[in-house]
Design a protein around this ligand. Sequence first.
Ligand code: HEC
Length: 134
Amino acid sequence: MYRRTMLLASLFALGMGSLSMAVMLETASIEDVMTKGHKRGGYRDVINAEVKKGSPDWSALQTAATDFKAIAGDLGKNKPPKGTEAAWKKACDEYLGFVNELDAAAQKKDKAKVQSALSKIAKTCQGCHNNHRP
Ligand code: HEC
């Protein structure tokens, strides 16, 4: 975390272009995925709020879904802090599969499928935390 902060801080000095490149090249930590993906105001929250509306802001929803997909793909590149590697890989693949499903539904502006993907994602939290969250 400290190294990442230092790296980003020095790249920030070089300009926003370099910063976004660093973000793209670096693997997001588990904590990053969890907070950006799931905290209040995070990708899942934005998508949940939009899809409930009579006429969702599809552009905001699609951007959040695509960003969510990009960061969710990094989860399995991390080592699990607890539990076996095999169980971790399986849980990360399942989670990523549902996030991919969410993004595909968002790109098609399919409300029902966005909602069903969201509820599948919501069902992954507990199991993975039981096995892998310290
Ligand atoms: C594939 C595994 C996996 C899934 C699925 C998962 N999590 Fe996590 N989550 C973790 C692990 C592992 C940690 C602990 C990270 C650590 O402390 O090193 C964590 C930590 C967290 C944290 C604490 C982050 C912090 O600040 O340290 C939150 C909040 C969280 N998860 C929310 C969620 C929610 C909400 C869901 C479901 C929508 C979810 N997670 C699904 C693996 C997962």
